[in-house]
Design a protein around this ligand. Structure first.
Ligand code: ADP
Length: 522
């Protein structure tokens, strides 16, 4: 029996309670799965063109109602309106714009090469939906995380069920968009609750799970999914390094590092979580970073979050994450790090100023564990080799950035980093291109979203080999005679040796065909 313990949703800017949600009941879980399974064959039978038209209804609605949506996002997350506009609204529309163009081609049947030994046959690959996709999302980009996978799942013919985070569920927002835009009913559904609801949803056996969240929860989800062999994509945390070489433009690089660390108040799995600076420019860069931080308009309790330009940097979303940030800073300071800016929240609030830490090393949590807050720990390096070693000395492998005028060096370093995504002379920018797949390695998870690879993660990639009807018995079919064994051996030698002999291979092939056309099991 599931207990309906409520989760209290609050506005992190002023800590005012907004509403409550509870765990969903087993009947509600059953209902969303029944709806999804009823509508999915309809989606499957729609042309890709028609699916794109449906998705464009969502797109149009979002553009028209963007300010109303942004207000809801800001109210539950505490992010700045600019962050909500650029990384939730823009990113969803950008993904739709890309996939409306490329999906028809990606999902088109593909003819593939058929080898010479299979002469006369044809091979193709077709892409079919998996069924119902369960999407479990985190609290940091609630709107984007709900829409991106559900849009890709729909375009590839699936129904999806979204379980948003119980911290920022945006209750009713997605449903309103779907309903008022006239989007196909039940093709994308939302169900609320916390981990109990999540567990029940997995037990209802979706055909795939797309999860974004913490490493611990990712492991639990994978373990539960393993019982039913449900495939999972796990987009987990990150500890993204930025490597800054001495030949950079300091002003531009400092600006990039600040945004990469403090966007969404640092609550992004791809935000810059540690910076390695080549020692000759270390002092100059630190001075620039401190100065630029002092100019930032930072969130406080007097923020008017309904006003565009309310602040450069929003506040933390949850108390528990803020405590992690504080614990990491305390641990670093106890081990010798120095706080140059920020370091402490405004008492009693979730407003945390941008924090610059120096004298950091890898014995500290701030360098090794995901902080997920507005903290920029800076370390020095001497050589390219050392920078790569330091960047790779991490349990995570999501993204990284490399900053240098020497693009050859930057690309060489990018290729040495144990991560899924690298931006050169920029940060978090691989995510801005929907044609690039996004995902991690190591503790950052596996699976890819976006790019053709991301779209294909929602389909059954089916292989079809087409032969004609005839009277020929294939060489590998019974009976397995001594003559056939000898001919097959010759065929292997003539075809696969380095000195391949296609004339002799053809002669053997003809002999085998002749045997095949007469053969019967006696
Ligand atoms: P965060 O959002 O802080 O990264 P989690 O990884 O715990 O935190 O949560 C991400 C999402 O996973 C949320 O929607 C949460 O409700 C859900 N969740 C948490 N535990 C489980 C679980 N055991 N099974 C399924 N979903 C879960």
């Amino acid at each position: 029996m599931v207990t309906l313990s409520p989760y209290s949703i609050q506005n992190p800017i002023n800590k005012k309670k907004l509403y409550e949600i509870g765990e969903s009941t087993s009947q509600q879980v059953e209902e969303v799965f029944n709806n999804a399974r009823r509508i999915q064959p309809v989606i499957k039978n729609m042309s890709v063109k028609k699916r794109v038209e449906e998705i464009l209804k969502i797109n149009d609605y979002i553009i028209t109602h963007r300010e109303e949506i942004i207000t809801r996002i800001v109210e539950e997350t505490g992010k700045s309106r600019f962050d909500a506009l650029s990384s939730e609204i823009f990113e969803v529309c950008d993904a739709i714009d890309h996939f409306k163009k490329v999906t028809p081609d990606i999902l088109k049947d593909k003819k593939v090469h058929t080898p010479i030994v299979l002469m006369g046959k044809k091979s193709k690959v077709v892409f079919e939906p998996l069924g119902t996709i369960l999407i479990i999302t985190p609290w940091n980009y609630p709107f984007y995380q709900m829409f991106l996978p559900s849009i890709l799942a729909f375009l590839s013919g699936n129904a999806s069920i979204i379980k948003p985070s119980e911290i920022t569920p945006l209750k009713g927002v997605v449903e309103k968009i779907l309903l008022e835009s006239g989007f196909l009913k039940d093709a994308i559904q939302v169900i609320y609750g916390g981990k109990e609801t999540g567990k029940q949803l997995i037990d209802a056996k979706p055909n795939k799970i797309h999860f974004t969240g913490s490493v611990e929860t990712g492991k639990k989800i994978m373990e539960q999914a393993a019982k039913y062999l449900i495939p999972v994509d796990l987009e987990l945390g990150g500890k993204d390094p930025a490597i800054v070489f001495e030949d950079v433009n300091i002003e531009r690089t400092a600006n990039g590092l600040l945004w990469g660390s403090f966007t969404n108040c640092g609550q992004s799995c791809t935000s810059i979580e540690r910076v390695y600076v080549q020692e000759s420019i270390y002092d100059e860069l630190i001075t620039k970073l401190s100065y630029n931080i002092s100019k930032l308009k930072v969130s406080d309790e007097n923020r008017n979050y309904t006003e565009p330009g309310d602040c450069d940097m929003g506040c933390m979303t949850s108390e528990s994450q803020t405590q992690i940030v504080e614990a990491h800073i305390l641990d670093a300071v106890q081990k010798g790090a120095k706080v140059l800016t920020g370091g402490k929240r405004i008492p009693g609030s979730l407003h945390f100023p941008p924090t610059l830490l120096v004298d950091v090393d890898h014995t500290m949590k701030i360098a090794m564990e995901e902080t997920f807050g507005p903290v920029l720990p800076v370390m020095k390096f001497k050589t390219e080799k050392e920078a790569i070693l330091l960047a790779n000395d991490s349990p995570y492998g999501l993204s990284a950035s490399v900053w240098s005028k020497d693009l050859e060096r930057a690309e060489r370093v990018a290729k040495c980093l144990e991560v899924g995504n690298v931006s050169i002379n920029n940060c978090m920018l691989t995510e801005a291109n929907p044609a690039l797949p996004f995902g991690g390695i190591k503790n950052s998870g596996f699976g890819r979203i976006k790019g053709q690879w991301g779209l294909l993660s929602f389909v059954n990639i089916k292989s079809i080999l087409i032969d004609k009807q005839s009277s020929i018995i294939e060489v590998q079919w019974y009976p397995h005679t001594k003559t056939k064994y000898g001919l097959l051996t010759s065929l292997i030698i003539y075809l696969f040796s380095r000195s391949r002999n296609l004339i002799k291979f053809a002669a053997v092939g003809m002999k085998l065909d002749k045997i095949g056309s007469k053969e019967k099991i006696k």
